[in-house]
Design a protein. Structure first.
Length: 122
């Protein structure tokens, strides 16, 4: 079931979201200032491509992670998470869309504070 949902997710927009995160990661890697967020952007890309059967776990809660997350939240995280919540609300209206809405909620959480998180197979 997880494979079928991942294929549907990918075909119906996951490829677009994941590709945008790859581009964002590449742009962050070009700048010296954005370099600390590059691994998080690539992690978001992989999670955006195939979210079913994966969970987000805490990896590091150090001071640097907290500072990077505060900056990320202020500059980009809140509106990226808001976009995922709006998409989730639209998908949750239908019974078929509920699993996809749940994945958008997981993506919203990761978009809020991506540094110090890891995506693992459940």
């Amino acid at each position: 079931m997880r494979t079928l949902l991942n294929i549907l997710w990918f075909v119906l927009g996951g490829w677009f979201s994941g590709t945008l995160w790859l581009i964002a990661g590449a742009l962050l890697a070009i700048t010296i200032v954005g370099l600390p967020w590059t691994p998080s952007a690539f992690r978001m890309a992989g999670f955006s491509y195939w979210p079913f059967g994966r969970v987000v776990v805490d990896r590091d809660r150090g001071t640097v992670s907290v500072l990077l997350n505060v900056l990320w939240f202020a500059l980009a995280g809140w509106w990226l998470a808001l976009q995922h919540v709006v998409l989730a609300a639209g998908l949750a209206v239908t019974i078929i869309g509920i699993p996809f809405a749940w994945q958008h909620i997981k993506l919203a959480g990761l978009a809020l504070i991506p540094v110090g998180k890891d995506v693992v197979v459940a």
